[in-house]
Design a protein around this ligand. Structure first.
Ligand code: ATP
Ligand code: MG
Length: 263
């Protein structure tokens, strides 16, 4: 099964939510792959493994598609039963996919080969729209949008819907919408949530609004330390961080449990 969280706006939590969901599924005994289509490869940072991106320069997704590296080479272990794939240059990849028809076959074939060895494959998509994103959104089985709960975030959500329409991607494909950055004590997220609900009602009424992801500083702190919410090893954390991590773990489990996936 291919899973993507998307939003055309940058910095809304795509990589965070994707990496954590992948980790969550491994706690349920699943074998999971996250393919970073974003050549920033920030996915590896949250697992404390950014060094893996630069360790070798011959095992990017592009090398696997071109058949110059093996599946064993391209898969970078992140955790037990969890692997990542890095991308060298999203723009170049998209250019090649636009100009060469045969390359699209190779690209999709490579993704399918990887998929056959995993229970779930996530695409960590870049915020920009490009041919690579289009091809993968089309093929994604479970598509979710993330919306940052502020004015720009809601605009980003609207732009994303517009992008679907412009690219002949059916809006019905959007199964879930995850509002990120909620806070009870601030007024901005509440106002944005109201606007978001109205936009959902008018444009994608079939989409399910997931439980709210709160704005929690611990999410950033954990990423700085390369520890994820579902990691069992908490030796790098203070007592306060451990308790905050448990709170976020409960919240994220709630969100991820709401998403119906076939096991
Ligand atoms: N609920 C949250 N509470 C606090 N911080 C958050 C939350 N969600 C995400 N962040 C932080 O926001 C920043 C951006 O998150 P992330 O990198 O996941 O977004 P992105 O959509 O993948 O960005 P990009 O468009 O650059 O790929 C990160 O520093 C992350 O730790
Ligand atoms: Mg990202």
């Amino acid at each position: 099964m291919l899973i993507s969280f998307f939003c055309k706006k940058g910095g809304v939590g795509k990589t965070t939510v994707t990496g954590e969901f992948a980790g969550y599924l491994t706690t349920m005994g699943k074998k999971v792959l996250v393919i970073s289509i974003d050549d920033q490869n920030s996915l590896f940072e949250m697992f404390g493994l950014s060094s893996k991106v630069f360790e070798r320069d011959d095992n990017y997704l592009e090398h696997f598609v071109a058949d110059t590296c093996t599946e064993e080479d391209v898969l970078i272990p992140l955790r037990e039963n969890l692997y990542g794939v890095k991308t060298l240059n999203t723009d170049m990849l998209s250019k090649k996919l636009t100009l060469e028809r045969s390359f699209e076959r190779n690209f999709v074939g490579a993704i399918m080969q990887l998929q056959s060895d995993f229970d779930f494959v996530f695409f960590d998509l870049p915020p920009s729209s490009n041919r690579t994103t289009e091809i993968l959104l089309e093929r994604t089985d479970l598509l979710m949008l993330i919306v940052e709960l502020n004015k720009l975030g809601v605009n980003g959500f609207y732009n994303t819907l517009q992008y679907f329409v412009d690219n002949d991607l059916p809006l019905e494909k959007i199964r879930y919408i995850l509002p990120n950055g909620y806070s009870k004590t601030k007024s901005v997220p509440g106002v944005a949530l109201k606007e978001l609900k109205a936009l959902i009602r008018d444009n994608v009424p079939e989409a399910v609004l997931l439980p709210l992801m709160p704005d929690k500083t611990i999410i950033k702190s954990l990423q700085q330390k390369g520890v994820t919410v579902f990691d069992e090893d908490v030796s790098k954390l203070s007592a306060y961080e451990k308790s905050q991590k448990r709170t976020v773990m409960d919240i994220m489990s709630d969100i991820y449990d709401t998403i119906e996936i076939e096991f």
